[in-house]
Design a binder for this molecule. Structure first.
Ligand SMILES: Cc1ncc(C[n+]2csc(CCOP(=O)(O)OP(=O)(O)O)c2C)c(N)n1
Ligand SMILES: [Mg+2]
Length: 319
């Protein structure tokens, strides 16, 4: 690995932050402390981390209903995110949006989105703005295998290709759209094959290998920044949990689930860091402790925060 120690440990910290945030969300949801729906990113941490590793605040992302990982990797504040999950007045949407509406425009986070595929044309719009304003910023669109079956996918890829937009499409192929396995919901094995229909490059990478994701995504991002147009990067991964918390996921093959759990992106990366002597076990432990303390503080902040007041019910609401 030719990346700096700082960069690599940054990946480790980001993946652990997502893991700790989501693991706590599992517990809090089961304990009835989170009033809204949550779709968790557990097991997919390497995708958002590897992709956002080449982005800065001036770049844009669009996210999905499974957005916590994208937001954290792009710099989203975990205390404001957690407070939003708790429905508190201190949350990103003042407690009115919940998990699927978190955005932070200052950080280029154009929002999670409860409408599958809706981020694709939004990202195309953001990329058009970058090109029109002649900045060197790019837009990155995260979406799932299921969302690559939507009409929005066709429209966004075609438009981005025709207008050579600085846009990177990241398909997180976690093999499921709710309870439908990819084998049953499309007749191609690699979503990246679909890029050919739009005359843009398409590639598939191991989505549980953060460095592989980073390398593929950074090449596509640099290409977009240079003005050479959009690409589609498919990251093969696995959704550990049910579609949402509360879904036992009984439709999954237990042997397949077990095989994927063994490909956990975090210990796999930690082993590599130790083997290549990038870091010591003590350094990795210190990062783990720091991350856990940050998530515990975010939970305390949320629990101690007030609920939104009834008088505020219509503030910031558009009709
Ligand atoms: C337009 C639209 N159709 C259907 C749904 C219901 N729905 C929510 S998530 C989902 C599946 C999404 O699968 P995928 O894109 O693979 O994302 P994943 O959940 O695997 O991350 C569906 C069909 C929706 N929210 N929006
Ligand atoms: Mg999916």
């Amino acid at each position: 690995m030719e990346l700096s120690k700082e960069k690599l440990l940054g990946f480790y910290e980001t993946m652990l932050t997502i893991r700790a945030f989501e693991s706590k969300a599992v517990e809090l949801f089961a304990d009835n402390q989170l009033p809204g729906f949550v779709h968790l990113y557990l097991g997919e941490e390497a995708v958002a981390t590897g992709v956002c590793g080449s982005l800065s605040d001036k770049d844009f992302i669009t996210s999905t209903h499974r957005g916590h990982g994208h937001l954290i990797a792009k710099g989203g504040k975990v205390d404001l995110m957690m407070a939003e999950l708790f429905g508190k007045a201190t949350g990103y949407c003042k407690g009115k949006g919940g998990s699927m509406h978190i955005a932070d425009v200052e950080l280029g986070i154009l929002g999670a989105n409860g409408i599958v595929g809706a981020g694709q044309p939004i990202a195309a719009g953001a990329a058009f703005a970058c090109k029109y304003k002649k900045t060197d910023a790019v837009a990155v669109c995260f979406f799932g295998d299921g969302a690559s079956n939507r009409g929005t996918f066709h429209e966004a890829l075609n438009m981005a290709s025709v207008w050579k937009l600085p846009l990177v499409f990241i398909c997180e192929n976690n093999m499921y759209g709710i309870s439908n396995c990819q084998r049953d919901h499309m007749r191609v094995t690699d979503v990246s094959d679909r890029a050919a229909a739009y005359g843009i490059p398409g590639m598939t990478v191991d989505g549980n290998d953060v460095v592989a994701v980073y390398e593929a995504a950074s090449e596509a991002i640099e290409r977009a920044r240079r003005g050479d147009g959009p690409s589609l990067v498919e990251c093969k991964t696995w959704r550990w949990r049910g579609h949402f918390e509360g879904d036992p996921g009984a439709y999954k093959d237990p042997a397949e689930q077990e095989a994927w759990l063994k490909k956990d992106p975090i210990p796999r990366f930690a082993e590599k860091l130790l083997e290549l002597k990038v870091a010591t076990a003590a350094e990795l432990d210190a990062i783990r402790e720091k991350v856990q303390a940050q998530i515990d503080a975010a939970i305390r902040f949320s629990q101690e925060s007030p609920d939104p007041s009834p008088e505020e019910a219509l503030t910031d609401v558009y009709a």
